[in-house]
Design a protein. Structure first.
Length: 192
């Protein structure tokens, strides 16, 4: 077994040992809101948004982007589980700012092994084979943080399955300070 697997299973045993009445939490989130944010390990939505288990839905993907699957989750969150407000939260120093669709496609064409990055950009270190399949995916990269928040709030707001009465707030999480910084034009675009 790997050290990481051992650590995860050990932590889970401690957690489960003190689980208490969490097994009786209801399925709908108690505070009736959802957060769409990035999978970046530096972001802890429970801490930056003051969440306890059972409070809110947290949907995470690379960049916190409003992909079809993220919108699917938000719609389920509302339609079946009663959330009434949504936050879209991107962050500073996001890895999605460090490459483009073309770079990712090129790296995957070369090999499926992990790439490296330095001051000159991304480099494939693998020996192949790669796959052209990466060219069929929109990687939803980010060139401007505030603009990407606005794009995602706007996309969700205009989606035909999203009810107009749900407010959608747009924020950036500052990785240096831990603060949430509103993107006012995004929140305006997401107004109910």
């Amino acid at each position: 077994m790997s050290q990481v697997k051992d650590e995860v299973l050990s932590a889970n045993a401690r957690y489960a040992g003190d689980f208490g009445d969490k097994g009786s939490l209801p399925m709908p989130p108690g505070r009736r809101f959802a957060i769409l944010t990035c999978m970046d390990a530096r972001l802890d939505p429970a801490k930056f948004a003051g969440l306890a288990e059972g409070d809110a839905h947290v949907i995470r993907n690379a960049g916190g982007r409003a992909s079809d699957d993220a919108i699917r989750s938000l719609v389920i969150s509302y339609k079946l589980l009663g959330t009434r407000e949504w936050f879209i939260i991107h962050h500073t120093d996001c890895g999605m700012e460090t490459f483009t669709n073309e770079i990712m496609t090129g790296l995957l064409n070369s090999s499926l092994e992990a790439a490296t990055v330095d001051a000159n950009g991304w480099h494939d270190t693998g020996t192949g084979p790669g796959s052209p399949e990466g060219g069929y995916i929109n990687w939803l990269t980010i060139s401007d943080n505030a603009k990407s928040v606005l794009e995602d709030v706007t996309r969700v707001r205009k989606h035909p399955l999203v009810p107009p009465e749900i407010p959608i707030y747009g924020y950036l999480y500052d990785c240096k300070s831990g603060k949430l910084i509103e993107v006012p034009e995004a929140t305006a675009a997401g107004a109910a």
